[in-house]
Design a protein around this ligand. Structure first.
Ligand code: GLC
Ligand code: CA
Length: 543
């Protein structure tokens, strides 16, 4: 069994990530689509914000059936974003500013346009026949267990291929953990063709790491090996990848879209998002009642905790969170992002104060925070979307970054109709320029919160976390973060009601110093603490 070192690259422990959706960030050549030279022009903004790492959504050649999550050439930057030389320049320019760039590694599936898949479609056997999952006859019953189903009758090869997501995203073949002996097309995980696919993944990673990338966010990281209970065989593969990194690229990081940090960190990842699928973190914490069904998901997960209605249940979230923190301690990190290109935006239905509170929470929680572009100015979810590149409801969160008051919000000089997606048309749409000038803007508050975090080891990824007041269906939420003698108490009352709570402090008498927030009165006497909080208030106190 591959063995992973438990230490993470040091830079991760203080990192604050910024997620860039390249097509919507900044268009440098006025064709209506954001691009890599555009990102380079905006690096100083990211520095100004205080972030020191970037997750870049896929920027590789693709027919864009799923916005680039359908790669047709892993070794080439998509023309619309620039060239490999541009990406290399981005790595260099970012490095000058001490910013790391992590790419999106989408290797659970390719595009149907990928040359490997085109070869695989051929009736004659060839090197790539087994690189994808095919059954052995178009008219044979297909295997219902595979999550995303099968495509039938696509080409002359007399077989159906397995999907990993949309119809245009055939699953690469990582083998079957428990192949059915009656179905010889279910290859074992050590089949030479499966091994060849795995080897190729490592080649792709080395290619970009050698060029200057600092790591990867791995798309659908657990959807590799099929019929794999507990993701054991899939984890085994990632541990081999991690071994390669530890040996050849010890500063590189692996971030997973797995949604179960306990599993993902033991599979060798350094960071895993607590969002979607299993964790529903976004729903528990940030998703407002009003936009519950924006992404068409079920509504059984209840109310957001960060909602004025005050009907949320922080306990549900904290139970999961503390379990993952315990299981991953010293080995890797959880991540609570503000959102991403697949979720609604936190800006839905929240005013500036409520948004600041969400940021204050994220910037005082353990793990590695991620800010989705535009959330720092409170960009809205744009409702009247027409689907683009397989985005559907997700398009509302993928609109152009709003830089200033000029045409297209300063995103592009192209005619509005040529934009990748229309910019938010609201008259008072927030923008970077206006908020930079206003000391009390969300943007400037977020900058202060990031600075506070980065200057306080207790608030960074490794500081310990203790819930002081966290009760089912009750407000507020109060917790302590500490590192050595440094201690902070953070308290949140997103509800529209005044609240009071009594709890015990783990440290003796001190006079708490308010570092951020408003409307919160914290008294510590001996070990007894009393907190009084106004409606919609928070406080971060240094003890
Ligand atoms: C991930 C991506 C999403 C994409 C899907 C298929 O969930 O975040 O945008 O559609 O994988 O690659
Ligand atoms: Ca462009």
């Amino acid at each position: 069994m591959a063995h992973i070192k438990s230490n993470c690259p040091k830079w991760l422990s203080t990192a604050v990530f910024y997620q860039i959706y390249p097509q919507s960030f900044y268009d440098s050549n006025s064709d209506g689509i954001g691009d890599i030279p555009g990102i380079i022009e905006k690096l100083d903004y990211i520095k100004f914000l205080g972030c020191d790492a970037i997750w870049l959504n896929p920027c590789f050649e693709s027919p864009f059936g799923d916005a680039g999550y359908d790669v047709s050439d892993y070794y080439r930057v998509a023309k619309r974003y620039g060239t490999n030389a541009d990406l290399k320049r981005l790595f260099r320019e970012a490095d000058k500013r001490n910013i790391k760039i992590c790419l999106d590694l989408v290797v659970a599936h390719t595009s149907i346009e990928h040359p490997w898949f085109k070869q695989s479609c051929k009736a004659e056997k060839n090197k790539y026949s087994n690189w994808y999952i095919w059954n052995d006859g178009t008219y044979k019953p297909v295997d219902k267990d595979l999550r995303f189903g099968w495509i039938r009758g696509y080409c002359n090869r007399d077989a159906n291929f397995a999907l990993n997501y949309y119809w245009c995203q055939p699953a690469l073949n990582y083998g079957f953990a428990q192949p059915d002996s009656k179905k010889p097309w279910q290859l074992r995980v050590d089949h030479p063709d499966v091994k060849a696919v795995r080897k190729e993944v490592m080649n792709i990673m080395s290619f970009w790491l050698d060029m200057g990338a600092s790591g990867f966010r791995v798309d659908m990281a657990r959807s590799l090996v099929k019929h794999d209970p507990g993701y054991k065989a899939t984890s085994q593969f990632w541990r081999q990848v991690r071994q390669m990194l530890d040996k050849d690229y010890p500063n590189a990081v692996l971030i997973s879209e797995w949604s179960c940090p306990t599993q993902a960190i033991s599979a060798g990842f350094h960071v895993d998002f607590m969002i979607q699928i299993n964790e529903k973190v976004y729903n528990y914490l940030f998703r407002m009642e009003k936009h519950r069904d924006v992404l068409g998901e079920s509504t059984d997960e209840g109310y957001s905790f960060f909602d004025k209605q005050g009907k949320g249940d922080i306990q549900k979230f904290l139970d999961r969170c503390t379990e993952h923190l315990r299981n991953t301690k010293g080995k890797g990190y959880i991540s609570i992002p503000t959102g991403n290109h697949d979720t609604g935006r936190i800006g839905i239905g929240r005013n500036q104060k409520e948004l600041e509170m969400v940021f204050a929470f994220i910037m005082t929680m353990p793990g590695v925070p991620f800010i989705y572009y535009g959330d720092e100015i409170g960009m809205r979810y744009v409702r009247n979307w027409v689907s683009k590149e397989g985005g559907y409801a997700r398009n509302g969160s993928r609109t152009p970054m709003q830089w200033n008051d000029s045409k297209n919000a300063g995103f592009s000089k192209a005619p509005a109709l040529k934009l990748y997606l229309p910019a938010d048309s609201a008259k008072n749409r927030p923008n970077v320029e206006k908020q930079t000038a206003n000391q009390n803007s969300l943007l400037n508050r977020v900058r202060q919160l990031i600075r506070l975090r980065k200057n306080s080891p207790a608030l960074c990824a490794d500081g310990s976390f203790t819930a002081l007041y966290a009760k089912s269906k009750k407000y507020p939420l109060v917790y302590m973060r500490s590192d050595g003698n440094q201690r902070y108490i953070a308290a949140f009352n997103p509800s529209k009601y005044k609240v009071r709570a009594d709890f015990t402090s783990p440290v003796g008498k001190t006079i708490p110093e308010l570092k951020a927030g408003w409307g919160t009165d914290l008294k510590i006497q001996g070990r007894k603490c009393k907190i009084d909080m106004n409606a919609v208030s928070y406080g971060i106190f240094k003890l």
